[in-house]
Design a protein around this ligand. Sequence first.
Ligand SMILES: [Fe+2]
Ligand SMILES: [Fe+2]
Length: 277
Amino acid sequence: MKRDRSYFKLSIPKRKMEFEFDSIDRPFFFDGNGILSTYFAAMSVVFPPGEKEFVRSVGFFASKIEDPELREKVKEFSAQEAQHRLQHKRANESLDEMGFCATEFEQDFEEEIQREVSRLSDEERLAGTVCAEHITAVLGHAILSNPELISTMDKPVRDLLYWHAVEELEHKAVAFDVYESVVTDMKLLRRALAVQTFLFCKTVAKYQLRMMWQMKYRPSVKESLQAWQFFMGRKNGLIGKLRKPFMEFYRKDFHPWDVDDRALIEEWKSMQERDAA
Ligand SMILES: [Fe+2]
Ligand SMILES: [Fe+2]
């Protein structure tokens, strides 16, 4: 299928970031709410092993990509994901100090992922990555277009998430373009989305519950209501914002850049410049 490739002009830069996780002086960095904090801590746990698999699964097909521009994009994508891995590993070390057992769970998930992917073909692994990239792009778009969603989070974690969201948007089409040019089985891709979404939600929930258990944390009614509003709130709930863009993947001619995220990326860049000035 012939596509408008203007998004190819968008650079996918490798940025060296520093986040002052040490400045966080309370365990529940998301507005003092234990449910929301353990949820985002559990998400940070799954990123390093997950992103390692994304890079590896795309790399299997690197030599089969004929388009030199796309080959370049794969390198840039891999460099960005490597930075995400590094920064979330650092975040997980800081989360350990705050009592979350994040690095232990990260190791646990690393082993689980190795066991799971060893049973899959290279094509299935790439399909899984394309779907995971769709999930992260949809999440990134929701966070950047509704920055108030996480505005009460402590700054270092909030900055980490905004930066990660921006880069997920910058490289959101790379795995998809590789899949479309080399594997082409779009039915497999659509089946994989349900599996990948289920696994992502199950894994984050599992580590969140294990964190809560280890911390002997019992949420208060106020925290539960606040978390309910965050996820399910009728007007501003996260889930409501994800549903429609998530389902777009099932459209026959779907492409990640059908949604033009360049303005959101530019907005973040100017915010960075303002902060630095
Ligand atoms: Fe990432
Ligand atoms: Fe990504």
